[in-house]
Write a protein that binds this ligand. Structure first.
Ligand SMILES: C[S@@+](CC[C@H](N)C(=O)[O-])C[C@H]1O[C@@H](n2cnc3c(N)ncnc32)[C@H](O)[C@@H]1O
Length: 204
């Protein structure tokens, strides 16, 4: 067993907590456990992304939450936008188990699918309107590059990737990666030491 939250089987003390939070107009409860990224409280960067991402005013959008952790982003969005469909994935088996449980607790089973696997492997044949991620910076540059480079292959035309990056860790390389894959990127907001970035797949 390896100790990292981004392992398939993270080490855990087994300690679990319930996080009660109010997001996008809904009261939500998340079960979390040691061995999961930011397991003791809602992550500030994820909360900034949740509150600033751009969602077209359409129904039947398909949205991927890549690296879902205990399910914070995907579940908060699935609850607020029941007319859209969400896929939540993570490499961490504990994270996936908790996310499935949290989908049930927060009553979003009807518009969510939760899958375990590396990067885009669980969604290899799928194309999304939006890919959101709070990327696993600790997993290293190779994984981050793979997340950005492959994202364009999993977006529909005019689909977008929207992500959060800490200003002091990985911002410049993430900006360069987005610019090299998509030609450009937009800064949706900055705050509390985080930037929210968005790039769009061009219409062919
Ligand atoms: C910074 S955390 C964000 C977690 C969650 N989205 C949140 O906002 O609390 C990044 C997540 O990416 C997952 N991850 C790391 N490497 C991955 C990989 N190769 N494939 C899929 N998920 C990965 C980690 O297990 C972790 O849950």
């Amino acid at each position: 067993m390896t100790p990292h939250y981004f392992s398939e089987k993270p080490s855990t003390t087994g300690k679990t907590i319930l996080i009660h939070t109010h997001q996008l107009g809904n009261r939500l409860t998340f079960k979390s456990q040691s061995g999961i990224f930011g397991w003791m409280k809602v992550d500030t960067g994820s909360e900034l992304l949740l509150n600033n991402l751009l969602l077209p005013k359409k129904s039947d959008l398909t949205i991927l939450d890549l690296g879902c952790g205990y399910g914070f982003l995907g579940i908060a969005l699935a609850k607020a936008y029941p007319q859209n469909n969400f896929v939540l994935t993570d490499i961490n088996k504990l994270a996936v188990r908790l996310t499935k449980e949290n989908c049930k607790t927060n009553d979003v089973l009807q518009n969510t699918r939760v899958c375990q696997g590396n990067l885009y492997e669980p969604v290899k044949n799928d194309h999304f309107d939006i890919i959101i991620t709070n990327p696993p910076l600790m997993a290293g540059k190779k994984i981050l590059k793979e997340i950005i480079v492959s994202s364009i292959n999993h977006l529909k035309e005019q689909g977008s990737v929207q992500l959060v990056v800490p200003k002091k860790k990985g911002l410049i390389s993430m900006q360069k990666m987005l610019a090299s894959v998509y030609g450009t990127y937009q800064v949706l907001t900055k705050g509390s030491g985080f930037w929210i970035l968005k790039s769009e797949k061009a219409k062919t």
